[in-house]
Design a protein around this ligand. Structure first.
Ligand code: SF4
Length: 501
């Protein structure tokens, strides 16, 4: 077993100072993605390079760390590090990762220290003499109790992630039953929360998804007949794989020399795909539950134009996820669409943050306005969400400074009133502006001429999916899975805790 811990670059590429810059307080004012996972079983192909491309397509789901694990028939090797996919892997890393089966991961931490190498995935562990690697998207709600049980049995942990807990449980029950699929089944019975997991041994790929299907996971096939799994269909497209279907809630698939084997490992519960995948997380060219994300976002904008029209000269979207909504708003309202904001796409999580004094000079790290488009115009500005409100406020000021005469903000989701416990990094409830203020107060706070949100009904309608297929808890507080008191109290206000029982 080798891994990139032994590579000097892994130790040298991030100074402690740089690591300390990646603080929760500096995270942007919107719900942040969880993670992206990818897996491929393709003997005779360059599985590490294919995984590398798959991770590029899933980079939007996590920019803090990236990793690839490869099984070569004898063992499993991992290379991982902090930073963007393009920064973590060199040509020589990929050349040395040879094998038949691979998984990869892009990480945005919602549990554990974001800056720890140990917390980067895939997570490598041993079951007796067998090495496995595991990568996880989602968040468990009973990690603490499971960790305490395992620690009570003398098991030590290297990282602070729930992914390590999953790997440890699988190892424990695989040894008890001498059968890895039974190890995964037993683990799926015990863990609670959101999980879309890929795992490899030296010669097989496994993928499994929680019984509610909160985070996406899709299955595809290449023209050469090789199976691929990915968080989103854009991860299949990039390696030329055709989307076959979703990995169903509660399902486990095994892909090996014996082909594809599918089983329902735990009974499926009420389907609860995170609706925020449609609003913001997923790439617009991905397809979720047979619905195209771009089209859903366009329909969200069109619905807003009907429910909350505005007198304006131009519709602009806040890149990237607000743009399809702006297109839909423009088409429905007849107001011209224009590009008014340019996004700097190359800022990862581990970039060097500006100092406070540089910040005060008004640098525009992420968005720059196109003054000649905006000046003298009454704008409809379409964005996907408002979480704390501080970014929206700065954005409105940016547009006014660039000469906008009116700013009418339209949001393609309802107010976020409840925190997420399933792998999305939203604040505690009192920090959510939608929970603390009325729509009028928010409009005042961010300094717009008018503000309107999409209704929950119109949001679900825009996806084209069945209304009962989603987790909508950010908006209505109806969590699909019981969240233990200890976790709930950390994020919910006292009143809401009582309300939620
Ligand atoms: S609580 Fe919100 S962000 Fe979390 S899974 Fe449900 S809809 Fe998605």
């Amino acid at each position: 077993m080798t891994d990139s811990r032994t590579c000097p670059r892994a130790c040298e590429s991030h100074s402690d100072d740089e690591r300390s810059l990646i603080k929760r307080s500096e995270r942007p004012d919107r719900p942040e993605e969880a993670c992206g996972v990818f897996g491929i079983y393709a003997p005779g192909e360059d599985v590490a390079r294919l995984t590398y491309f798959g991770l590029h397509a899933l980079q939007h789901r996590g920019q803090e760390s990236a990793g690839i694990a490869v099984g070569d028939g004898e063992t499993v090797t991992v290379t991982k590090n902090l930073g963007l996919v393009s920064r973590v892997f060199r040509e020589s890393d990929l050349d040395s990762l040879t094998g038949n089966v691979a998984i990869g991961h892009t990480r945005y931490s919602t549990t554990g220290m974001s800056t720890s190498w140990e917390n980067a995935q895939p997570h490598l562990s041993a079951i007796g003499h067998q090495v496995i690697a595991l990568a996880h998207n989602g968040n468990l709600v009973n990690t603490h109790e499971l960790r305490e049980d395992l620690k009570g049995n003398g098991i030590r942990f290297r990282s602070t992630t729930d992914s390590e807990v999953i790997a440890t449980l699988i190892g424990h029950y695989t040894q008890a039953h001498n059968h890895i699929r039974e190890g995964i089944r037993e683990t799926m019975r015990l863990i609670k929360g959101a999980y879309s997991v890929v795992l490899i041994t030296e010669n097989a790929l496994y993928a499994f998804r929680d019984p509610y299907g909160i985070r996406p996971l899709v299955l595809g096939k290449t023209a050469g007949g090789h199976w691929v799994v990915a968080s989103e269909t854009c991860g299949l497209d990039i390696v030329g794989a055709e989307h076959v279907r979703e990995i169903e809630p509660g399902e486990m698939v095994k892909i090996s020399a014996d082909g594809l084997e599918v089983e329902l490992a735990v009974p499926a519960e009420k389907p609860s795909l995170c609706v925020f995948e449609f609003v913001y997380f997923a790439r617009p060219d991905s397809v979720l539950n047979d619905c195209t994300v771009y089209e859903a976002r366009r329909q969200m904008g069109a619905a807003l134009a009907r429910s909350a029209p505005a007198e304006a000269d131009l519709v602009i979207g806040v890149p990237d996820s607000g743009v399809p909504g702006a297109v839909g708003f423009a088409e429905e309202s007849g107001i011209p669409f224009g590009e008014g904001l340019i996004k700097n796409r190359y800022i990862g999580r581990t970039f060097i943050s500006p100092t406070q004094s540089i910040r005060q000079q008004g640098i525009k790290l992420k968005l720059n306005p196109l003054r000649h488009v905006i000046e003298g115009r009454r704008l409809v500005v379409v964005d996907d969400s408002i979480v704390r409100g501080n970014t929206s406020r700065k954005l409105v000021q940016l547009l006014r400074d660039a000469g906008a005469t009116e700013v009418h903000m339209r949001i393609t989701s309802p107010p976020v009133r409840w925190p997420c416990f399933f792998g999305i990094d939203t604040d505690s409830q009192e920090q959510l502006i939608g929970s603390a203020m009325s729509v009028e107060q928010i409009a005042d706070h961010i300094g717009v001429d008018s503000l309107a949100y999409l209704s929950l009904e119109d949001l679900v309608g825009a996806t084209g999916c069945a209304p009962d297929e989603f987790c909508l808890a950010c908006f209505d507080g109806a969590y699909p899975i019981d969240v233990p008191d200890g976790i709930r109290k950390g994020k919910l206000s006292l009143e809401s805790c009582e309300e939620a029982g």
